[in-house]
Write a protein that binds this ligand. Structure first.
Ligand SMILES: [Zn+2]
Length: 263
């Protein structure tokens, strides 16, 4: 019998009976852990608050017959403000779903837990534009998981980019930037990609490039400390979303729902 004391954020809950559910915890030390919560949906359960979606607690878990059970839980926070705003709640659902997708069982990932907690905090308790939070979360996640593009210069000829007011291009599937000349050359070169569908080019303006560079390099709690004008922000959110989703090769129903709510 194995016992474990661990900080965990509930990123998914699956009802398995009237008062029972399986909760999936995101942890720093062990990635994703599924835990059987007998009776935890009951209001009388002393673990009800800890076993709710978006709750962060210190759990004492016990493993018997391959399954983890809650032996005790010390509630810390659950971002209850999210329940007051459907738009924020739907974004938080997407954040949790994306974290679930990226996290692996028994694989430590403290950066992912920290990013998810900091993002939920920003959604629930700051007045930052939600599209800024979403894009920064997506791009930072890509960077942390090791598939950020090289943002230093044109990935083909090495020309410096982001100076003055000239746009450049993000070559999504090759994870690199292209200057204007190299983009034109790529578009005229049938051999640039063997697979035409992988040719995803997105325009990136200098302010958006500056934001991407900032997010990739910022300390964990500072990755949202930038601002963009309204038009730049909508370009930014397109860039970040397409970059992450194309690299994960995965769409998210929670993201579609969030976008529908935003109208
Ligand atoms: Zn170039």
């Amino acid at each position: 019998m194995e016992e474990l004391e661990i900080g965990g954020l509930v990123i998914r809950e699956t009802k398995t009976g009237d008062a029972d559910k399986i909760v999936t915890l995101l942890t720093a030390e062990r990635g994703r852990i599924s835990v059987s919560g007998k009776g935890v949906s009951s209001l009388r359960s002393k673990y009800a608050a800890s076993a709710r979606l978006f709750s962060y607690s210190t759990f004492l878990l016990r493993k018997t017959n391959r399954y983890w059970y809650i032996r005790d839980a010390f509630y810390i926070d659950s971002f209850t403000e999210l329940g007051e705003d459907l738009e924020k709640l739907s974004l938080a659902n997407y954040v949790a779903e994306a974290a679930y997708e990226v996290a692996r069982e028994e694989f430590e990932n403290p950066a992912l837990l920290s990013l998810t907690l900091n993002t939920l905090y920003a959604v629930a308790r700051t007045s930052l534009p939600l599209e800024q939070i979403r894009g920064a979360f997506e791009f930072r996640m890509a960077a942390q998981e090791g598939f950020a593009p090289d943002l230093s210069a044109c990935g083909v000829c090495g020309a410096p980019l982001g100076l003055g007011n000239e746009d450049c291009t993000l070559d999504v599937m090759n994870g690199r930037l292209l200057c204007r000349k190299c983009r034109a050359a790529a578009e005229n070169d049938p051999a640039y990609y063997e697979n035409e569908t992988a040719k995803i080019f997105i325009r990136v303006s200098p302010p958006v490039l500056a934001a991407l560079r900032f997010i990739a390099a910022a300390p964990p709690k500072k990755f949202l400390s930038f601002s963009l004008g309204k038009e730049e922000l909508s370009l930014f959110s397109v860039v970040c979303e397409r970059y992450l989703l194309n690299h994960l090769e995965h769409g998210f129903s929670s993201l579609e729902y969030y976008k529908k709510i935003r109208g």
